[in-house]
Structures are given as structure tokens and as C-alpha cells.
Design a protein around this ligand. Structure first.
Ligand SMILES: Nc1ncnc2c1ncn2[C@@H]1O[C@H](COP(=O)(O)OP(=O)(O)OP(=O)(O)O)[C@@H](O)[C@H]1O
Ligand SMILES: [Mg+2]
Length: 320
């Protein structure tokens, strides 16, 4: 397997009236071809900003991004435009991300027309749209329907068809099922996994829902206030979580069996501000094991078992 996408020290800061908001603050990640990296963390921790920064849809403040070993940050606008056909994004809310005035045909055609594909080949474009609709499970009779005439699941299928239209290798899926009914979530997740099997697609799958990420990922990265606190293969993370924040997230997954339900672990302490954050561990204010030194220490990732990284200097003790 070869690495498709890699970031080194990726940062995205937003200038605000109170100072710089560190939305993404030094993320190192690597995704192998055909694999899925799940990115989890609470609202506002920087997941979407990370997804957009990786594609340079939002210009990173600093850091490196490599796609098939090529340095994306060194590319000019035209080169990036060309690269984008290989790297697409699927958004959370298919309703607000789709222009309500465009029909399914127009919505699916748009990315291809923007990229000068099928410009003077209407028959070819029609055939391609038909193929794409079939691939994502949209009935042909819906070709001239509008987004408001469809349910959430079908609208998200349009989002998937648009993303696939340029034959990408890498797709950032930003909470693609969070806005959908639970019964429809599984259909879209299965579609994404089938497409991955058939086409060898590589995903970065962003969600706040750990049960979704458990279903779809090979590796999981847990984010807290712009930083990565833990990264591991999926089975390892669920079986042996080490960082106190990861443990709290896992403990919050609803347990369907009432007899197996433990008491809910509530994180105490105040969430610190992502604006001009103090150096050291961002989670220290809420961490039950925090020591005074945590506030000033660097957030180096420690590899505690092969492929399992934890950003805590006390991870060996916590590992137990
Ligand atoms: N354009 C912007 N200007 C200023 N601040 C921003 C901007 N976009 C995002 N932020 C801030 O950056 C931080 C990270 O936001 P982001 O949307 O990436 O989080 P998220 O993890 O995707 O949250 P959610 O789960 O709610 O989607 C937040 O504090 C947010 O307010
Ligand atoms: Mg988001």
C-alpha cells in the first residue's frame, strides 16, 4: 500500500477581533491508498477546517500537504485546479450545499462542465450522468427533479454523484450522514463503502458520531481543539483507548442494552478558548489526571504500540 495523502504540521488560524483562533494546530496525518481515516471530536474542534485545509479549499496558515508524494502547498492556482479533480468533498447538509434552482441533471453536470469535460458532447454527458445516477442509486425518472422534491438520503446521493463525477481518488466526507434519519444513514454509509471497494477510493471521514466512524474507518484520529490527541487503527483505539479525552468520548457512546449501561462520564472543567491558546495540552483544564506541568509541555505524539500515537507525556502511566 502506498500513502495517498499526508500532512505535516498543518495549521489553519483565523484572525478574529480577539486574536488568532487556532482551528487546526499542527496536524500530522497519513492516509494509505484505499483506506479510510475517521476524524472525530466535539463540535468546533476543527474537523471541517482540517478537511478543507487538506484540500486547500481553505488556505492553510502553515504546514505541508503531500498528495502521492507531490507537495500541494508548492502548487500554483492552475496546478491546484487540476489536482482538485482527484480530491473531492462531500458535505454534511446536502440541502444547503445544493443549489435549489438546479435540477439533478444540472447539479451532477456542473462539476464536469466547470472542468471542461463533455463541453461539446451532450450525448456523452447525458450518458455519464445516467451512469452516475445509477451508481449512487438514483432512479432515472428523477433526472429533472429539484433538490426540494427529494428526501435527505436522495439529496445526499446527489452530493456523492457530484463528488464522483470527476473520478477522484480521495474524498473528504464531512459529516455526510449526520443530517440524515438513522435508517437512511446506513444506506449512505453502505454506498460509500461499496464505492470504496469498487474504485479503491481513499476517504477522510469526518464525524462526531463514534458508532459511524467505527463502521467505516480503518484508522481513527481524535481531535481536541485543533490538535490530534490520539491516533490508532480502529480496533486498537476502541479496545485500548489511552488519552482521557478519547476515553470520555467512547464512554459517551449510547449503550442500547440497559443492563450494560454504566453511569455517564461527564467531563468537568471549562473548555479553554481556541483563541491564542496557551502552550501545552489543550485538554489539561478538563483532564482528571492533569499535572501542573501539562500546561507548558509540548504536545509531542508518543507511539505507545505500533501505529498507536497519544499526545500525552503520561501516556505510559495511563496505558496501565
Ligand atoms: N471562517 C471562519 N472564521 C473564523 N473562525 C472560524 C471560521 N471557520 C471556523 N471557525 C472556527 O474554527 C473552529 C473550528 O471550526 P470547525 O467548523 O472546523 O469545527 P468542527 O469540528 O467541524 O465543528 P462541527 O462539529 O460543529 O462541524 C471553531 O471555533 C469555529 O468557530
Ligand atoms: Mg464541521
Amino acid at each position: 500500500m502506498s500513502t495517498l495523502i499526508e500532512t505535516q504540521g498543518l495549521q489553519k488560524y483565523f484572525k478574529t477581533s480577539k486574536g488568532f483562533l487556532h482551528a487546526v494546530d499542527g496536524i500530522d496525518l497519513k492516509i494509505e491508498e484505499g483506506q479510510t481515516l475517521g476524524v472525530v471530536g466535539e463540535s468546533g474542534c476543527g474537523k471541517s477546517t482540517l478537511g478543507r485545509a487538506v484540500l486547500r479549499l481553505q488556505e492553510p496558515t502553515a504546514g505541508k500537504i503531500f498528495y502521492e508524494g507531490r507537495d500541494l502547498m508548492a502548487m500554483n492556482k492552475a496546478e491546484m485546479h487540476h489536482m482538485r479533480t482527484e480530491m473531492q468533498m462531500i458535505f454534511q447538509d446536502p440541502y444547503s450545499s445544493l443549489n435549489p434552482r438546479m435540477s439533478i441533471w444540472e447539479l451532477i453536470a456542473e462539476p464536469m462542465l466547470i472542468n471542461n469535460m463533455y463541453k461539446s458532447d451532450k450525448a456523452g454527458l447525458n450518458k455519464r450522468i445516467e451512469e452516475l445516477m445509477d451508481t449512487v442509486g438514483l432512479a432515472k425518472r428523477l433526472t429533472h427533479s429539484y433538490p426540494h422534491e427529494l428526501d435527505g438520503g436522495r439529496r445526499q446521493r446527489i452530493g456523492v454523484a457530484r463528488a464522483l463525477s470527476l473520478n477522484p481518488k480521495f474524498i473528504v466526507c464531512d459529516e455526510p450522514v449526520s443530517a440524515l434519519d438513522v435508517s437512511i444513514q446506513a444506506q449512505i454509509l453502505n454506498l460509500l463503502m461499496d464505492l470504496q471497494d469498487e474504485r479503491g477510493l481513499t476517504y477522510m471521514f469526518i464525524t462526531h458520531d463514534l458508532s459511524v466512524v467505527k463502521h467505516i474507518s480503518n484508522e481513527i484520529m481524535v481531535m481536541y481543539m485543533g490538535t490530534c490527541v490520539e491516533r490508532a487503527p480502529k480496533e486498537e483505539l476502541f479496545a485500548h483507548p489511552v488519552h482521557p479525552y478519547t476515553k470520555a468520548l467512547l464512554a459517551a457512546i449510547p449503550e442500547p442494552d440497559i443492563d450494560k449501561r454504566g453511569s455517564l462520564q461527564v467531563l468537568k472543567g471549562e473548555v479553554s478558548s481556541p483563541i491564542n491558546p496557551a502552550p501545552g495540552c489543550r485538554f489539561a483544564h478538563r483532564c482528571p489526571y492533569a499535572k501542573p506541568e501539562c500546561m507548558g509541555k509540548d504536545l509531542t505524539m508518543h507511539e505507545i504500540t505500533p501505529g498507536h500515537y497519544v499526545a500525552c507525556p503520561y501516556c505510559q502511566e495511563l496505558k496501565g
